[in-house]
Design a protein around this ligand. Structure first.
Ligand code: ARG
Length: 218
């Protein structure tokens, strides 16, 4: 094993990590907004809206992210809709993440005990008010940790974006492999960099989760 290439190439990992985090960050934000909308459609009583949301969620979760990325980056330009690489990456990842996030939000809301709504209604709160002050604050505690996990998933899944030439972590590691003729060591380093990102994020989440749960005891 020879890691001497690092002195010359460490900057590639840093720059790549920045793009990876950017990609994941925007994906989580856009995916959340879109996912929230889907979750509301799915919870609605309207059969048509319900069907649209369910079909979207099932279809996206039932097809590979790679195929979705190809459709956005190579397919849509044939319809005259083309995006630069990074944007296409964020779109494809967000389209994908929204389906998972929608389920996180729906499950988070439905996991709040039914008695909470009944209790709120029985002391005279309206439906909207009960949602706003009783259900949502409890649902947020279910949803936030799972959203953190989604962030971690997206950091890892974003490596797929290297395929369309986005110079994120994985792409840069491949460039180093090519430049140094080293097939192995650059991959070990990139794995470690991904791990540092995901591990720190999960430690950070653990910290916030503990803070949120102290409210319950106090
Ligand atoms: N590897 C999965 C696929 O190819 C993507 C999973 C994305 N997961 C997520 N939570 N956004 O379809």
């Amino acid at each position: 094993m020879d890691f001497s290439f690092m002195s010359e190439y460490y900057q590639f990992y840093i720059e790549g990590a920045k793009i990876t985090v950017t990609l994941a960050f925007f994906t989580v934000i856009v995916g959340f907004i879109f996912g929230l909308l889907l979750a509301l459609l799915k919870l609605s009583k309207n059969k048509l809206l319900n069907f649209i949301a369910t079909a979207y969620i099932e279809f996206i979760r039932g097809t590979p992210l790679l195929v979705q990325l190809y459709i956005v980056f190579y397919g849509l330009p044939h319809l005259g809709i083309s995006f630069p690489g990074l944007t296409a990456g964020i779109i494809a990842l967000s389209v994908n993440s929204a389906a998972y996030t929608a389920e996180i939000i729906r499950a988070g809301i439905q996991a709040v005990d039914k008695g909470q709504m009944e209790a709120a209604r029985s002391i005279g709160m309206g439906k909207t008010m009960s949602m706003r002050y009783i259900i949502i604050p409890q649902a947020v505690k279910n949803i936030l940790p799972a959203l953190g996990n989604e962030f971690i998933t997206i950091i890892k899944e974003s490596s797929i974006a290297s395929i369309i030439g986005i110079n994120e972590l994985m792409f840069n590691a491949d460039t180093i492999r090519g430049n140094t003729y080293k097939p192995f060591e650059p991959l070990i380093v990139v794995a470690v960099v991904y791990f540092i990102l995901t591990f720190s994020l999960s430690k950070l989440m653990g910290y916030f989760e503990r803070r949120m749960s102290t409210d319950d005891r106090g």
